[in-house]
Write a new protein. Structure first.
Length: 132
């Protein structure tokens, strides 16, 4: 990993990221959450998970290596400082072309931050019966 992106290693961080925003792609699901930046430095952290449903250890490790390399080669500006990301792999990540993985990662990162920025507090719904 480069200097601007660190690894996510503790289970508690993976669980916390699962409660954040999600972006579903064909080859993986990207989960992201902003963390309290007073605890550590503000660098982005990325974790990878591949369940046993995907395959045996050799298959899971190969998928994990491919996703790690896609993150390593991704544009650092796509990762928001102070955020934790979890890439949850799907079986399709094994046979997808590497360019496809990189493209999906870029799209997912852009969409996940765009979705977070556009959220506004929910306005109370107008009651149509009130006018009667």
């Amino acid at each position: 990993m480069r200097l601007g992106v660190l690894r996510l290693k503790k289970r508690v961080d993976f669980v916390a990221a699962a409660k954040g925003r999600r972006q579903h792609q064909r080859n993986f699901v990207l989960q992201a959450r902003e963390r309290d930046s007073t605890l550590e430095d503000d660098l982005a952290r990325v974790g990878f998970t591949v369940t046993k449903k995907v395959g045996k250890a050799v298959v899971r490790n190969r998928i994990r290596r491919r996703l790690r390399e896609a993150v390593r080669l991704a544009d650092e500006s796509l990762f928001k400082t102070g955020c934790d990301y979890v890439v949850a792999a799907r079986r399709e990540a094994l046979t997808a072309s590497f360019d496809e993985l990189r493209g999906e990662l870029g799209r997912a990162l852009k969409k996940i931050h765009r979705a977070g920025d556009s959220r506004s507090p929910a306005a109370p719904a107008a009651d149509s019966k009130q006018d009667l």
